[in-house]
Design a protein around this ligand. Structure first.
Ligand code: AMP
Ligand code: MG
Length: 331
């Protein structure tokens, strides 16, 4: 299959392709998404094929107008209305009880459906012009880090999808917050840029899913049970006292070792050192594309400086701990 790589000037061409059952990769404010018409089962199957995604991992349906929620959700609880009013369009996905017409390929047979209304202008215009609602997981090969720049998408999916729209870099860099609003309590199933603190401002008894806190519990978000976000290199997280973190990493350096620094720190002798910045927002923005860059530079082991922080730090911790397969050194 030949993939057309285009810019926002060609949205209408890509939208027509979506409308007719094709696959289009598009930028969002979180990560790049791989989209298809959510009500066309042949089109949705193409997403799973292109990614090599397990069929039991459901997709998020993207809308371009709040009224489209009625195509998907059987009921819209008051808490969901409140969250939509505060955080949509934006990096928040809500889980609703699904309408019968929502197809099994999208929900992986669950009785619920995940819905997001993205704020990125290209995503918005594409969905609107396609005249469809668009099922779209992250636009990576299953198991590898989500793509946050167009070249990462091209590395994974060139020749496997109809269109890729280059929208340069994604602002946030981590996937959306997933919140279950289908039951009596509002529960965060996957942490993201819309944090627990932000949600609690409006829904004080909102909570994090137990599977995100306790390693022995299975996460309720089907996608989080897979090995995920992992580069080929072995990732080891080093956290604790800043001086001791540095001392530990310095004593393990060689030319095939890479380091993610956080809040400074030089590592002469390392094969590649990438700076995650000095706050968790920039760590989130850089993490996935850095993991890919280590592989491209033949780095075999990556030490990631980390410190446990609240806010979007919870989402960075979730992705980083999965990337390292829970190899965490506490110093
Ligand atoms: P991705 O778009 O690749 O980040 O994947 C979507 C994420 O949303 C996966 O982790 C899914 O397991 C999760 N998800 C989608 N639909 C549902 C649902 N109905 N209930 C719970 N999690 C869901
Ligand atoms: Mg994904």
């Amino acid at each position: 299959m030949t993939t057309k790589i285009v810019t926002k000037e060609n949205i209408s061409e890509a939208a027509k392709c979506l409308n007719e059952g094709g696959t289009v990769v598009f930028p969002t404010e979180t990560v790049y998404g791989l989209g298809a018409d959510a009500f066309n089962s042949v089109a949705v199957k193409k997403i799973f094929e292109a990614k090599g995604r397990p069929g039991d991992n459901p997709l998020i349906v993207h809308i371009s107008d709040i009224s489209q929620i009625h195509l998907l959700a059987r009921e819209i609880p008051d808490n969901a209305k409140l969250l939509a009013q505060k955080f949509w369009p934006g990096p928040l996905t809500m889980i609703f009880k699904k309408k019968d017409q929502v197809i099994n390929e999208v929900t992986a047979g669950l009785d619920t459906v995940a819905v997001r209304y993205p704020s990125n202008q290209i995503a918005h215009d594409l969905i609107e012009q396609s005249q469809k609602v668009v099922a779209a997981p992250s636009a990576n090969l299953s198991g590898s880090p989500s793509p946050t720049v167009c070249s990462d998408v091209v590395d994974d999916l060139n020749g496997r999808v109809d269109f890729i729209i280059d929208g340069t870099g994604c602002e946030i860099g981590l996937e959306s917050t997933v919140v279950d609003v289908s039951g009596n309590t509002v529960t965060i199933l996957r942490p993201g840029a819309i944090t627990l603190e932000m949600i609690r401002e409006f829904i004080p008894d909102a909570k994090l899913d137990g599977g995100l806190i306790d390693n022995d519990q299975v996460p309720k978000c089907p996608g989080l049970k897979y090995t995920h976000y992992s580069p080929n290199a072995d990732v080891i997280v080093v956290q604790g006292n800043k001086d001791k973190v540095r001392e530990y990493i310095l004593s393990h350096l060689s030319s095939d070792v890479g380091v993610i620094t956080y809040k400074g720190g030089e590592y002469p002798g390392a094969g590649l050192v990438l700076d995650a910045g000095d706050n968790m927002t920039s760590y989130a923005h850089n993490l996935f594309t850095y993991l890919r860059r280590f592989d491209k530079n033949n780095i075999k082991i990556v030490y990631a400086e980390f410190s446990v922080e609240e806010g979007i730090g919870v989402a960075v911790r979730n992705r980083l701990y999965k990337a390292c397969g829970h190899k965490i050194i506490e110093v």
